[in-house]
Design a protein around this ligand. Structure first.
Ligand code: AMP
Ligand code: MG
Length: 395
């Protein structure tokens, strides 16, 4: 059995960064810039403007009573000059009139008829200078998946299209004679195929483009044909058929028609994970048990998809959490226990969300983290803390 680190190292050594493509900014959420450094093509803000609704005036005229000679709103182009002894009514975001060097907010000004009385103020108060946020020519670095703020920065720079990494196409294949699509009626011995839906969602969440290859029965020829059909993808992810049963064909097909790099990893759940290739495309054979499939996706496929768009790691927050009670595990393997973590009285606590069996899906859906309990330990121990990989929301 390989350690997680060794298996991940060998898998990631296969990652090739995808090419790039241009997308409209509105479609760039979650995408990764092909070049994270952008040189600001304009000043942000583009001109000096007011940070408040109030009066634009000269600081040297304060304190005093000034004559209101006009008004500028946001979007105004024609500007009224501020000369000695005068003030211009100004709205937030409106250009600072020539001659003015400061803004006095409405709440600090006392109006009477055409005059306004203001206290002493310093030049530059409530004025947002041109380029004060991002000056023209500044190198702006936006690494990682683009979020709303990064997209806002690009929009504020006037950028309408961006070059991003192409999403890796990840083919999904379910194997198993027992599987039926949700929506149909189960026959004797049949179960619904939950891995196909789960992996589709997980691939999208990780930044890949899911490509369903459907499902094949436990027959060697069918498995091989389906894997070859996935060769136009950047990565193939299968579920089931990687164990030692007589009907487990994924490994055998890789060995016979492609290559098998490794299988069996010292993790719980998910020991029978296989990695190899067929027709030059990396294949990750996930175990069939639904919890094992999703946990090994998290540990291996997610970092792989991220590596293919040039991102490191798994992008997950890690906390140190203390289990409220002992949770049993296999001492031979590193366990990734399904827990709910939360902050309470200055501590981060973890509670098992239910049965820790590799087919017990519901506790995984109710968990927001995986509690990592090392090899050599027989249980998560409530007198110490463990690393928690947070994948869901904290309540
Ligand atoms: P396998 O790895 O093929 O031996 O499958 C292990 C367990 O996972 C068996 O109980 C299978 O019925 C179940 N399983 C395999 N594939 C799926 C799937 N796509 N959806 C739900 N359960 C599955
Ligand atoms: Mg099977």
């Amino acid at each position: 059995m390989l350690t997680l680190e060794e298996a991940l190292r060998r898998l990631l050594a296969r990652a090739q960064v995808t090419g790039d493509e241009e997308v409209p900014l509105a479609a760039a959420s979650g995408r990764v810039l092909a070049e994270p450094r952008v040189i600001a093509p304009v000043d942000v803000p583009p001109f000096a403007n007011s940070a408040m609704d109030g009066f634009a005036l000269r600081a040297t005229d304060t304190p005093g009573t000034l004559r209101i000679v006009g008004e500028v709103a946001a979007g105004s182009a024609g500007l009224i000059e501020v000369s000695g002894g005068t003030a211009v009514r100004i709205m937030t975001g409106a250009p600072l009139p020539p001659g003015a060097d400061t803004v006095v907010p409405l709440e600090d000004a006392e109006e009477s008829g055409r005059d306004v009385t203001v206290a002493l103020t310093q030049p530059g108060t409530y004025v947002r200078l041109a380029g004060s946020d991002t000056p023209l020519g500044m190198e702006v670095c936006l690494p990682g998946a683009l979020g709303p703020a990064a997209i806002a920065v690009l929009a504020s720079l006037g950028i309408a299209k961006v070059r991003v990494r192409r999403r890796p196409r990840v083919a999904i294949l379910s194997t198993g004679d027992e599987l039926v699509d949700p929506g149909l009626t189960l026959g004797p011995g049949q179960i619904y195929d939950s891995n196909a839906a789960a992996l589709t969602a997980a691939i999208s969440e990780a930044g890949g483009e899911p490509q369903p290859l459907g499902r094949v029965p436990d027959a060697r020829g069918a498995v091989e044909e389906a894997l070859r059909a996935g060769a136009g993808s950047d990565l193939i992810v299968t579920s089931g058929g990687v164990s030692v049963g007589q009907h487990d064909h994924v490994r055998g097909v890789l060995e016979a028609s492609g290559s098998l790099d490794f299988w069996r990893i010292a993790v719980q759940p998910g020991k029978p994970l296989a990695v190899g290739e067929i027709a030059g495309v990396t294949v990750i054979g996930l175990p069939g048990n639904p919890v094992s499939a999703l946990v090994t996706f998290e540990l291996f496929v997610r970092p792989m998809i991220r590596a293919m768009v040039g991102l490191g790691g798994d992008g997950r927050l890690r906390l140190q959490a203390r289990p409220l009670e002992s949770i049993a595990k296999d001492p031979e393997r590193r366990a990734f226990l399904r827990v709910s973590v939360w902050h309470e009285a200055g501590e981060t606590l973890a509670r098992s969300t239910g049965g820790q069996g590799s087919a017990q899906l519901r506790p995984l859906a109710e968990a927001n983290a995986l509690l990592v309990v090392p090899e050599g330990e027989e249980a998560a121990n409530p007198t110490r803390t463990y690393e928690a990989i947070v994948f869901g929301e904290l309540s």
